[in-house]
Design a protein around this ligand. Structure first.
Ligand code: ZN
Length: 166
């Protein structure tokens, strides 16, 4: 997505434009890995950016700013936090973020990576949730369902890695 497109999305969501917000949102849109704040930090400040001669040390974006952007984006409906956390090298859980706000299903690999289920399969899965069931959920929980998602978790063997497909 180009800078003009991002400005337009920010405007539509009543979000004040800053260069840093643009950089963080662009990096999130570019990634298909559902990155954590740490991963986005590396993406906007890392080698790729340096190779493109951009950004220089003057426009380094701090981790605190990344968290702040993600918080604002989530609240404005520009991205969402995923339910399943990534396990960081420090061993704690970290939120993953997704700029794709359309209904789609996720696959969580045994190593913790998250990818989108291909569109055709995603649509098929979501289409198989009967409207009548959704109505009953809404009635019982007294809420209107805005959107829903499905996650598939790869099986793990006892060593934590994925068993072979037969
Ligand atoms: Zn996704």
């Amino acid at each position: 997505m180009d800078a003009a497109g991002i400005r337009e999305i920010f405007e539509r969501h009543d979000l004040r434009w800053t260069k840093q917000r643009e950089e963080v949102y662009a990096a999130l849109c570019r990634s298909e890995a559902h990155p954590t704040a740490d991963e986005l930090y590396a993406a906007v400040n890392g080698r790729d950016a340096a190779a493109a001669n951009h950004p220089g040390p003057a426009d380094h974006i701090s981790l605190a700013t990344i968290y702040n952007c993600l918080d604002v984006f989530s609240r404005s409906g520009l991205c969402r936090r995923l339910a399943s956390p990534a396990i960081t090298p420090r061993g704690d859980g970290a939120f993953r973020y997704d700029a794709d706000m359309g209904d789609h299903a996720h696959v969580v690999r045994s190593d913790g990576c998250v990818q989108d289920l291909p569109d055709d399969l995603s649509e098929e899965v979501l289409a198989h949730l009967p409207r009548e069931l959704l109505d009953r959920i809404e009635q019982r929980l007294r809420m209107k369902i805005g959107r829903f998602g499905v996650e598939f978790f790869e099986a793990r063997n006892r060593w934590g890695s994925a068993p072979p497909i037969e």
